[in-house]
Design a protein around this ligand. Sequence first.
Ligand code: SAM
Length: 325
Amino acid sequence: MKADMSKNVPLAHSPIWDRIHAGPLANPAAIDLETFRSSGPLFAISMWDPNRYGLRYLKMLLFALLSVDGKRDTKLYRKISNRALGNPITVRVRGVDVCLDYFQAVDEAKTIAASGLPGEAARLVEIGPGYGRTCHALISLYPQIAEYWLVDLEPCLALAHRYLERVLDRNLFAKLRFVTASEFGEKGGAERFDLALNIDSFGDLPPEVAQAYLALIDARCDAFFCKNPIAKYLDPALGGEVATNERVQEALRSGLARDVIDIFDSEQVDAAVPKFLAAYRPGPDWRVIVERPAPPWSYYHQVVFHRQNSRKQFDDGPRPGGKDQ
Ligand SMILES: C[S@@+](CC[C@H](N)C(=O)[O-])C[C@H]1O[C@@H](n2cnc3c(N)ncnc32)[C@H](O)[C@@H]1O
């Protein structure tokens, strides 16, 4: 029966491919062998044009990240309610809808927990919280947090206030304090915190401002979670601008880890990590308890430093997955 069918059905019948062959593959002899694997002919044959299909790649990235993560994380996502506010771009894995921001927030929460924090009645201060996704995750996952300060410039602080008021219940929202960066610099002097956080923000600041924040952390905090770029890069093909552009120049001058590297060369990335850890260490009394890359970003790293002579006693020695400096 099958043999008979193959006689009647023309095996070259392929309407979809006839159309493709009429396009970028119409003249195979004219295809430039030197460049075709990063241009139209390749995008016709074996992968989608990344310039055109950014959303598809973002969702594939997110799906891959969530697929390799353990089932345990599903429980964590379920504990963080109202993650759909703002209509985020999500994928659905094991019955939960997750966006890239909350994938990161849960990853950050797990890194902090690997360092033994937060402890009972903990007071946290996050500098540069954006719209508040990390605060939302930590305060939902760790009921032992007593108080969570958000320190930011006014526009983001106002947005975080509105967002967190909607996503958190009244009891959790009552634990939050919204403080502008200026107020924190002026008035927060008497306050002490068990844990300070900075995620993707010190890397954008003038070095003296980042240093001033580190000095405040050194003076007032017992632990510091830092997740920032380990270096700078110069590659307009990544969607950036040319190196001479003032915005690029400003970015190159900002933050405390400013070596320029190829952020997609794992050896260069690994080599930049010790300098990053040294640059964001708040002072000589501090040591690294946990440090690891910050997926999915190739050139971000996350680290928890503890102060050695802190009021709270931490175990000696690095935690699983951590590395002493
Ligand atoms: C790239 S966003 C990161 C937001 C959030 N941490 C995240 O990872 O999604 C940088 C944040 O730093 C804040 N920021 C910028 N300059 C600041 C300053 N001088 N003091 C405090 N926060 C600042 C911005 O307003 C913004 O909330």
